[in-house]
Design a protein around this ligand. Structure first.
Ligand code: SF4
Ligand code: SF4
Length: 76
C-alpha cells in the first residue's frame, strides 16, 4: 500500500505522471487558481499504486511523493 501525493502548488499539469503510471493512478484535471484555470494532476486511484516510482522519477517539477504506507495507518 502506498501513499501518493501531488503538490498542486508546483504541478504544471504536464501529464507525464499520467502517461508513465502503469496503473492509472493520476488524472489531469482543471482547477481554479485565483482568476484563472489551470491543469493539475490529481491522485484518483491511489489504491492501485504499485510503488514503481516512475512518476516520481519523471515528474519535471518534483511534485510527487510516493511513500510506503501501512494498510491500517491511514487515518491521519
Ligand atoms: S508529472 Fe509532475 S508536473 Fe507533470 S502533471 Fe504530473 S505531477 Fe504535475
Ligand atoms: S509509483 Fe508507479 S504505480 Fe505508483 S503512482 Fe507512481 S507511477 Fe503509478
Amino acid at each position: 500500500m502506498f501513499r501518493v501525493t501531488v503538490r498542486k502548488e508546483t504541478c504544471i499539469g504536464c501529464s507525464v505522471c499520467a502517461q508513465v503510471c502503469p496503473t492509472d493512478v493520476f488524472k489531469i484535471v482543471m482547477v481554479k487558481d485565483g482568476e484563472y484555470y489551470r491543469l493539475v494532476s490529481e491522485v484518483v486511484r491511489e489504491e492501485a499504486c504499485i510503488g514503481c516510482m516512475a512518476c516520481v522519477e519523471n515528474c519535471p517539477t518534483a511534485s510527487i511523493t510516493v511513500e510506503k504506507a501501512e494498510a491500517k495507518a491511514r487515518a491521519a
